[in-house]
Design a protein around this ligand. Structure first.
Ligand SMILES: Nc1ncnc2c1ncn2[C@@H]1O[C@H](COP(=O)(O)OP(=O)(O)OP(=O)(O)O)[C@@H](O)[C@H]1O
Ligand SMILES: [Mg+2]
Length: 230
């Protein structure tokens, strides 16, 4: 589905991502782990086209998207929920969902499907997004991304600063969504346990270089902890 091949990216002349090669297969959850500043967000920004790929290539469903703008990548089916869960703070929950659904044939149905995945949002439809809690905002951000009917959902630390019960709910939703087929998730996550429970594959990033990688699942935890300790 998504393939990064020898990708180099960064800010201006500063290269942050060095020669990263990784794959997100169809119908799978892939977790990227690494310490603060390892380059996880930078890698996602390159994948969605918000930062240029200076060398290497990115393909999506067999199409070379390396030079595509972010909006063209969205049209191809890549949705991105940035770290810090941005929605429009002055708009209500319902309006935040509606602006994404506008112009889509199945708009109303897509909003209903998203709300079914995050039922907690149903009681918050008239509340301004800026007044939601961190966990509620994260759920709204994922719900908005899903309205674009993505084939690949990219989430940057969806559990950052969120209480365990909401983390568990988001985790269940991710597993549930990918289990239905037709959607893959690329997840940046610092909670190793959470990431591995949901992930089929993991990659560890060290200072912009790819460290170890392997299959997910709880049994990989010791391996990942050792890789992160380096
Ligand atoms: N806009 C920017 N301009 C220049 N350097 C940046 C910029 N944003 C990030 N960096 C640098 O790039 C490196 C990687 O940052 P990045 O945000 O990708 O890390 P991260 O792995 O996502 O960290 P965290 O876990 O804290 O979110 C860091 O050294 C950071 O200082
Ligand atoms: Mg980050």
């Amino acid at each position: 589905m998504l393939e990064l091949s020898h990708v180099r990216s960064g800010y201006g002349r500063t290269e942050v991502i060095h020669d990263v090669t990784m794959t997100v297969p169809d119908d799978s959850v892939v977790a990227i782990m690494g310490h603060n500043g390892a380059g996880k967000t930078t890698l996602l920004r390159a994948a969605v086209g918000l930062l240029p790929t200076k060398a290497g290539s990115i393909t999506f469903d067999g199409e070379n998207i390396t030079k595509y703008s972010p909006s063209k990548r969205v049209k191809r089916g890549i949705a991105y929920v940035p770290q810090g869960q941005q929605s429009f703070p002055q708009l209500t929950t319902a309006e935040n969902l509606q602006v994404v659904a506008d112009g889509r044939k199945r708009g109303k149905a897509l909003i209903d499907e998203s709300l079914d995945l995050f039922p907690a949002l149903k009681d918050l439809l008239t509340r301004k997004a800026g007044l939601l809690s961190g966990g509620q905002r994260q759920q709204l951000a994922i719900a908005r991304a899903l309205i674009t009917e993505p084939k690949l959902l990219i989430l940057d630390e969806p559990t950052e600063g969120i209480q365990p019960s909401v983390v568990a709910e988001i985790e269940r939703t991710i597993i549930d969504l990918t289990g239905r087929g037709g959607l893959s998730v690329l997840l940046v996550e610092q909670h190793i346990g959470f990431a591995l429970q949901a992930a089929h594959f993991y990659y560890v990033l060290h200072s912009g270089h790819l460290g170890s990688s392997g299959k997910g699942g709880a049994s990989a935890e010791a391996e990942v902890r050792a890789a992160m300790a380096i």
